[in-house]
Design a protein around this ligand. Structure first.
Ligand code: DAT
Ligand code: MG
Length: 148
């Protein structure tokens, strides 16, 4: 089953949005297979956002993501990578549709509440950066028979 890496960013944690965000993915039918509240070391932040190293906002991005605890998660389900991105909404909350997480809870691109992997390759890379194999739980739920 496809897996993705999702993370409530420090602004989302401070604004008490962990439960709201988890609830949206649960209700959609996706299954949580790993989660932890953590502080991101600067080295991990720089690796995670490595693709943006040359961008002018890289320093700000690393400062922000290390500014407080994040809630890191792995979710699984059919087409979860692309569907989670749709549920998050556009990167800039001003362009994100109402009903999406960023559309409902964000105002500025610098504090856009949630991260989600954007492709199978980045999902695999980011899950590996944040979770050990032993931290992911392989289990089945009876309700999946009513989802699939
Ligand atoms: P996404 O988080 O939707 O995958 P991204 O990978 O392009 O977006 O950028 C990573 C994060 O960097 C994004 O969530 C917020 C920040 N960011 C992106 N573009 C920015 C910009 N022009 N100015 C400031 N921060 C930006
Ligand atoms: Mg991205």
């Amino acid at each position: 089953m496809e897996k993705t890496f999702l993370m409530v960013k420090p602004d989302g944690v401070q604004r008490n949005l962990i439960g709201e965000i988890v609830a949206r993915f649960e209700k959609k039918g996706f299954q949580l297979v790993g989660a932890k509240l953590m502080s991101i070391p600067v080295e991990l932040a720089e690796k995670h956002y490595g693709e943006h190293k040359e961008r002018p906002f890289f320093g700000e991005l690393v400062d922000f993501i290390t500014s407080g605890p994040v809630f890191a998660m792995v979710w699984q389900g059919e087409n979860v990578i692309a569907t989670a991105r749709q549920m998050m909404g556009s990167t800039n909350p001003k362009d994100a549709a109402p009903g999406t997480i960023r559309g409902d809870f964000g105002l500025t691109v610098g504090k856009n509440v949630i991260h989600g992997s954007d492709s199978p390759a980045s999902a695999e890379r980011e899950i590996g950066l944040f979770f050990k194999e032993s931290e992911l739980v392989d289990y089945s739920k009876l309700i999946n028979d009513w989802i699939y």
